[in-house]
Design a protein around this ligand. Structure first.
Ligand code: C5P
Length: 418
């Protein structure tokens, strides 16, 4: 049984715009990955950011300023002298108004110029003029990436506080495989969120989150599991990252991409999850158990595949230990409770029995769908007696509400919070 999934109404609540009020300067340079830079511009715009695109001359050989202007609904900077002529020092203005400057894709050439402090076009001048964080997503042939000069240039930029995302190993435009491939846009967006949230109210805090439904083997091929999608736990992990936390995500098998910038520990069984949680919480400030941990495991799983010729099969199930109740340590504890009756009363009992600081209660009987949904309807109960009934919300918003409460718990425990 899954404990942490909620419902989805037919229309569903509106998706949040996590980059609302942020200005992102996106530099696109002359790489075949420039078309992915266009997709990145579109996705950042959809997340609510004001995206100011600066294209080099070479980038315009691959994709046009018209396309970027249409995607961002903003004028695109594509010519230094055009703007100089109109008495605007664009690169200084852009550098100052940016919350972050992202160069994606970045060629070896642009990286070399930035490392050397050469500003000879609008993009390099913007990067050199900004006081804001800079994120670079390189894209180049493996041989160029592995070249000593490129490596030295990247090293110098890192020393100066520039962040990098990718490149990753994979298929390159040349048809070869190797390092140099442009990072996935999802990861670039994750890195942007992480950098923008560096000084958030969980900065410097170590948070452990669990997700997914554990798998308890019957034999080498079969297992017992539940319908947990892991979405709630993954949303919490990403939201904690975006408040500056150092996040470890202990997850049972799920079909979700690992959030960028989060340490991921993959487990199968409840016993493995217990071990991983115990190790990760040794130095943690908070544990959020969003996983649907199996209550039972097969007492003696078969070493070989069970044959149907055996006829009727009876499995003996033995209880699993309660991770949340038994894991040792002085950190804030957040649990989940899915109840089909007496929601508040049963959730409160669990809060007390497991000595939790906060419990997230789900009334599974009141919801029309559930597992795998992007939305959740929960009530938050804290040890102090506060009850907060939330409407149906996207899981990313529920995650933030849970973390708001976690921050209060940490404050009460004497943690200093920014
Ligand atoms: O008692 P119940 O299983 O409903 O409690 C749910 C909470 O306890 C969840 O946060 C779940 O992750 C956690 N749990 C656990 N270890 C178990 C079973 C549940 O940590 N064996």
């Amino acid at each position: 049984m899954d404990k942490n999934e909620g419902s989805q109404s037919k229309a569903g609540p509106e998706s949040p715009k996590p980059l609302e009020n942020k200005t992102i300067v996106l530099g696109i340079t002359g790489s075949i990955a420039a078309y992915k830079g266009a997709d990145l511009a579109s996705r950042l715009t959809q997340e609510g950011a004001v995206v100011e695109v600066v294209m080099t001359k070479e980038a315009q050989e691959f994709i046009t300023p018209v396309a970027l202007g249409a995607l961002t609904r903003r004028p695109v900077v594509s010519d230094m002298f055009h703007h100089a002529a109109s008495h605007q020092i664009t690169h200084v203005n852009l550098g100052q108004k940016a919350d972050i400057v992202v160069v994606a894709p970045a060629t070896a050439n642009i990286i070399a110029k930035l490392a050397a402090g050469i500003g000879d076009d609008e993009l390099t001048c913007t990067v050199l003029a900004t006081q804001s964080p800079v994120l670079i997503a390189p894209a180049m042939h493996a041989a160029m990436y592995l070249n000593r000069v490129t490596q030295d240039n990247i090293g110098r930029l890192k020393e100066r506080g520039v962040s990098f995302v990718g490149p990753v190993e994979g298929r390159l435009a040349s048809g070869h495989f190797g390092p140099g491939r442009f990072a996935e846009n999802t990861d670039i967006i994750g890195a942007i969120h992480q950098i923008l949230g560096r000084k958030g109210n969980l900065a410097g805090k170590r948070i452990v989150v669990t997700a997914g439904g554990t798998q308890e083997p019957i034999d080498p091929v079969r297992y017992i599991t539940n319908r947990s999608s892991g979405k709630m736990g993954f949303a919490i992990a990403a939201a904690a990252r975006d408040r500056g936390a150092e996040v470890t995500l202990v997850t049972a098998p799920v079909s979700l991409a690992a959030p960028y910038g989060v340490k991921i520990v993959r487990v199968n069984t409840a016993a493995e999850m217990f071990e991983a949680v115990a190790a990760a919480t040794a130095s943690a400030d908070g544990l959020i158990m969003a996983a649907a941990v199996a209550d039972y495991h097969v007492a003696s799983a078969a070493a070989n595949k069970i044959k149907r010729e055996r006829g009727t099969l009876t499995l003996e199930l033995a209880p699993n230990p309660d991770i949340l109740e038994s894991v040792k340590g002085d950190f804030a504890r957040v649990g989940f409770a899915a109840e089909s009756e007496n929601l508040i009363e049963n959730a409160r009992k669990k809060l007390e029995k497991k000595r939790l600081d906060l419990i997230v209660a789900n009334d599974i009987s009141a919801t029309d769908s559930g597992f795998g949904s992007d939305n959740n309807r929960v009530t938050l109960l804290s040890a102090g007696g506060k009850v907060e009934d939330l409407p149906l919300l996207p899981k990313s918003v529920v995650a933030d509400r849970i973390l708001d409460r976690l921050v209060s718990v940490l404050r009460e425990k004497g943690h200093s919070i920014h």
